[in-house]
Write a protein that binds this ligand. Structure first.
Ligand SMILES: C[S@@+](CC[C@H](N)C(=O)[O-])C[C@H]1O[C@@H](n2cnc3c(N)ncnc32)[C@H](O)[C@@H]1O
Length: 265
């Protein structure tokens, strides 16, 4: 399938995000609650002493949260110099307050400069869906696997086609329109990812960590808003409603965003 977007278009988009949003989490996504859930879920699988590579780290918002709750060695890479500049600025603001050693560098997830078998954990959150074509996504996934030590873990938090479909089936029952895939994203086919990585990585878990949150914010919230005559901004992630649903245990299989946990063979 031809690429939806050229690499230049993708770079231009993220450069603009870095310029517009600076150090805010919205540089990477408007739904800050899912970012916080991702951080919590990933932190459960990181350990003190780990050597961690955070690919596509954007402005370092999540990277620095990992570093403040863990005593590890973390390197964040992103291919947008403006994102790395923001991440380094953030690091300066946290000087002396982090338990982990942290560094940020420019780097392309499709051609990592890191040596093979160097990391205990590789974290990739909402990066692979932003490469615009399966051929590129596959190259990036193989690169992530290459830099992992044997027994090391790839923590991949990405939107999947299957998750997106399940959510839309739930919405359809209640006569809500389909949520479309943002044109800039190429959601992952779960089976394709698992099969294509299987020579190097085995799937340990596929965690639907945001299922309850998606039902609460993408099904119940728009229904209530509709009942009230559409006076509530359903897209506002800063509402108490969203905060509450982000604290509930995940039930069901309705989250678009999922965490793949792979172990290197
Ligand atoms: C959605 S943001 C990721 C956010 C971050 N991981 C987090 O946890 O909030 C996607 C990031 O991927 C970066 N990116 C896109 N293509 C990349 C590539 N080829 N190599 C490295 N980073 C890339 C973008 O610059 C952007 O900062």
């Amino acid at each position: 399938m031809p690429a939806k977007f050229s690499l230049e278009q993708i770079r231009a988009f993220w450069t603009q995000q870095a310029t517009e949003h600076g150090q805010a989490p919205s540089a990477s996504w408007s739904d800050r609650m899912v970012i916080e859930m991702e951080v919590r879920e990933i932190l459960k699988r990181l350990s003190n002493g780990d050597h961690i590579l955070d690919v596509g780290c954007a402005n370092g918002y999540s990277t620095v949260q990992f570093a403040s709750q863990l005593s590890a060695h973390i390197r964040g890479v992103d291919n947008i110099p403006e994102m790395i500049a923001q991440a380094r600025k953030r690091l300066g603001d946290f000087h002396g307050q982090l338990q982990s050693s942290v560094e940020f560098a420019e780097g392309d997830v499709m051609a990592l400069r890191e040596p093979p078998a160097a990391y205990d954990k590789v974290v990739a959150t909402r990066v692979i869906i932003n490469l615009g074509a399966w051929a590129r996504q596959q190259i990036a996934l193989v690169e992530c696997a290459r830099v992992l030590k044997p027994g090391g873990m790839l923590l991949l938090s990405e939107a999947t086609i299957q998750g997106w479909r399940r959510l839309n089936e739930f919405r359809k029952e209640w006569l809500l329109d389909e949520i479309s895939i943002p044109p800039f994203n190429q959601y992952l086919d779960e089976n394709l990812v698992i099969d294509s990585l299987s020579p190097d990585l085995e799937l340990v878990e596929l965690v639907n960590f945001a299922s309850t949150y998606y039902v609460g914010t993408r099904v119940l919230k728009p229904l209530l808003s509709r009942a009230l005559g559409g006076t509530i901004d359903v897209a506002n992630p800063s509402m108490e409603w969203n905060r509450w649903f982000s604290q509930l245990p995940p039930w069901g299989d309705y989250g678009t965003q999922k965490l793949f946990v792979f172990r290197k063979r």
